[in-house]
Ligand binder design. Structure first.
Ligand SMILES: [Zn+2]
Length: 388
């Protein structure tokens, strides 16, 4: 075959056997108004079924769905995915969908705007929100429709394993830059056209630069080299420990919040949420925790009430291991030697060196996932894991 026909042949074969849904369409964002409008077509139904479910953040709403050109009915379940701040849209069709059929979704919604005037708290990473002029929609916010054949049972699969063939164009009249997935930030319109996993979106008015293929959004110049060096050390340690490689390129962003000083991993970007005006955090304890989420996931529902234990304590346990291995004396002082577990009449307490007692619930007795407090998630349980 001539080269042209060889290329054409492979394109055709790739399309026929592609094992991912195609997500094609436009997303319009207004940072000033706090609105998102999405017109998304889902196609390439590679697994025959007449039942599909779609997960979407509950600040957005599917207004209508067309199957090819016909309007179809759907049901909304607002109770199935409360942990994900999302609704589940159930579609049941008379006929099995063919690969070339298409579902056209009209979606609209609003997001909260946090700024100097509106200093609300609890911005979280599962919420779609604008923080001081930058819209953030993390991978675990389900800011665009995520579809699955049949009834969704495993939300983690949609987030951590599923890939789509995207061809999405993002537009905004009031954004300086749009950053999506692993792409460089771009001016509007910004097109994302490739096969990829779940996508994070940052859009708004920010500065950015790049070094060693990593993107740095609003990161202080003096912190770029320390971030790259520290990440490499942590990555080497985990990969040697587990013999399991993780992504080679990380990107970094800093957004302002009045919600404390925290961070989250929204692959491939680590986002630092900092009080306004503060420098980027490069501490080994923050970075090693966030990078450990590459092994322990971003958001999921275990079939127990130990949600926070599995999600956060294992990531922090690995962070402990890294810090002990690298003799991070500050960490040893704060976390490792500062705790002493005691029991009285089968009730367990953590005692800090200063004598203060903190009650915690034994894992076998946790009835509600929120009983595992922040202190237990990030201090007590990782400490217990170290002792196993
Ligand atoms: Zn975490």
């Amino acid at each position: 075959m001539k080269p042209f026909f060889i290329v054409l042949f492979f394109i055709l074969v790739a399309n026929v056997y592609s094992q991912s849904h195609h997500l094609i369409g436009d997303v319009d964002i207004s940072i000033d108004k706090g609105t998102i409008e999405e017109k998304i077509t889902i196609t390439n139904f590679y697994e025959p079924s007449n039942i599909y479910e779609i997960l979407l953040n509950n600040s957005l709403k599917i207004n209508s769905i067309h199957l090819n050109n016909d309007l179809i009915n759907f049901k909304v379940d607002t109770t199935k995915a409360p942990l994900h701040n999302s609704n589940v849209y159930h579609i049941e069709l008379e006929d099995i969908l063919k690969r070339e059929d298409s579902l056209k979704l009209d979606i609209s919604g609003t997001f909260k705007i946090y700024n100097e005037v509106n200093k609300d708290t609890n911005v979280g990473n599962i919420n779609i929100a604008s923080n001081y002029g930058v819209l953030k929609a993390a991978v675990c916010s389900y800011w665009y429709p995520q579809i699955q054949k049949g009834i969704i049972k495993d939300f983690a699969e949609l987030l951590n394993l599923k890939k789509y063939q995207y061809d999405i164009t993002l537009k905004s009249k009031d954004c300086e830059y749009i950053h999506i997935g692993d792409e460089r930030p771009s001016k509007s319109p910004c097109r994302f056209n490739k096969e990829y996993g779940a996508l994070m979106l940052l859009a708004g008015n920010f500065k950015w630069t790049e070094k060693d293929n990593s993107v740095f959004i609003n990161i202080d110049t003096s912190k770029i080299d320390p971030l790259l060096n520290q990440t490499q050390k942590i990555k080497n340690y985990y990969e040697t420990l587990l013999n399991e490689p993780i992504q080679s390129i990380f990107s970094y962003a800093k957004l302002y919040t009045d919600d404390g000083d925290w961070a989250f991993n929204s692959k491939p970007t680590i986002v630092f949420m900092k009080p306004k005006g503060q420098l980027t955090n490069v501490s080994a304890s923050f970075l090693s925790h966030e990078i450990a989420h590459n092994y322990f996931g971003y958001l999921y529902i275990p079939k127990t009430n130990l949600y926070w234990f599995y999600l956060e304590s294992f990531a922090e346990y690995f962070s402990f291991k890294y810090q002990i291995a690298t003799h991070n004396t500050q960490m040893l002082q704060n976390k490792y030697f500062n705790l002493k577990i005691t029991s009285f009449l089968n009730r367990f307490f953590i005692k800090k060196i200063n004598g203060e007692s903190i009650k915690f619930v034994r894992l076998s007795q946790v009835k509600n996932r929120e009983e595992i407090t922040g202190y237990q998630r990030y201090n007590i349980s990782p400490f217990q894991l170290l002792g196993i």
